[in-house]
Design a protein around this ligand. Structure first.
Ligand SMILES: C[S@@+](CC[C@H](N)C(=O)[O-])C[C@H]1O[C@@H](n2cnc3c(N)ncnc32)[C@H](O)[C@@H]1O
Length: 316
């Protein structure tokens, strides 16, 4: 579908175009809070991604960051392992990715769904699960379990049935970058270290400064191998730059709406009818002698979304 214009029965014009990745990720069906384009694109930059890279991501959520990563790495030999603890999130993400531009970013992704979360998938990836398909307690172990309620036991049984994909990598495989958007990721960092190449980055999405401070203190006493290089809060200040009719120069009574609004004629106060003798000046048909320009920030809420924390492995 090339870009085209359609008109409603009331005469309003719309243009149709293929959604950009930004438009798609912010409007598609959601199961989880997404990483917004301003953060996702910066995270791609902090992760220093390149075509052919191997990346580990957790949690997959809605698949927004997954698509930004894929767009940066997809190419011969690339691979993205993405992990979520919630089945429904991961399934939604996979569907979202398959539906974007007929699935151009789907190839080369392994979706890991495990109620044991990243912690459990790491065992599969580092080979410590000995290659079994499920990593939960065995049925025999569960039979002897007496401390759990019936629903806890049911959940554990379901976990024990969980199928995991085979590890697609060689035993000594390491990633070029790791991206984490999890409620609390500190405790898995030590287990992730062997999976990350030396001198390569990790990017953590964290919502508040106390979490980051906590992480900094924890790294200092538990993981000197990870260096906190940068903490960023990404601002996004959008401006509008467009033409508008200058009221004093337009002959007749023309109402120019707020900045960025299409100039429309208000109804005449006496009759309630539009005054057809005054032309309707939209943004593209303003006469030259009435042309002015508007440049100012768009007044939209673009508040705090989160922080990006760049860490680097330094095992020298
Ligand atoms: C904020 S969402 C991620 C959004 C995602 N980055 C995006 O752009 O769409 C956080 C996700 O982490 C998942 N999660 C929470 N704890 C986890 C764990 N231990 N292992 C894997 N995923 C986990 C949640 O189920 C949720 O889908």
């Amino acid at each position: 579908m090339p870009m085209s214009t359609i008109k409603t029965n009331k005469g309003a014009k719309f243009t149709l175009h293929w959604p950009s990745l930004d438009e798609y990720t912010t409007r598609v069906k959601r199961q989880a809070t997404i990483m917004y384009p301003k953060d996702a694109t910066t995270a791609v930059h902090l992760l220093d991604l390149f075509p052919g890279a191997h990346v580990l991501e957790a949690g997959t959520g809605n698949g927004s960051m997954t698509m930004y990563i894929q767009r940066a790495i997809q190419g011969p030999g690339s691979h993205l392992d993405t992990v979520d603890i919630r089945n429904e999130h991961s399934l939604q993400a996979e569907q979202n990715i398959e539906r974007f531009w007929r699935g151009i970013y789907r190839q080369g992704i392994t979706f890991w769904r495990s109620s044991g979360g990243l912690e459990r998938v790491i065992k599969r990836l580092n080979g410590s699960d000995q290659g079994v398909d499920h990593l939960g307690p065995s049925s025999a172990e569960l039979e002897t379990e007496t401390t759990l309620t019936a629903s806890q036991l049911k959940k554990k049984k379901m976990e024990s049935m969980e199928k995991m994909p085979p590890n697609p990598h060689s035993p000594d495989h390491q990633y070029d970058a790791i991206s984490l958007d999890l409620p609390d990721c500190k405790l898995v960092l030590l287990d992730l270290m062997p999976l990350l190449k030396n001198d390569r980055p990790m990017c953590l999405y964290m919502v508040n400064m106390s979490q980051i401070l906590d992480l900094a203190k924890w790294l200092r006493s538990n993981c000197k191998e990870l260096v906190m290089e940068r903490v960023l809060e990404i601002g996004w200040k959008e401006w509008t730059v467009r033409s508008a009719a200058v009221r004093s120069k337009v002959k007749g009574r023309v109402h120019v709406g707020g900045f960025g609004a299409v100039s429309l004629l208000p109804p005449s106060p006496s009759s309630g009818e539009r005054d057809e003798s005054v032309p309707d000046y939209g943004p593209d048909n303003i006469p030259d002698d009435a042309l002015g320009w508007v440049c100012r920030p768009v007044q939209l809420p673009r508040g705090h979304t989160g922080f990006l924390v760049q860490l680097r492995k330094n095992s020298t």
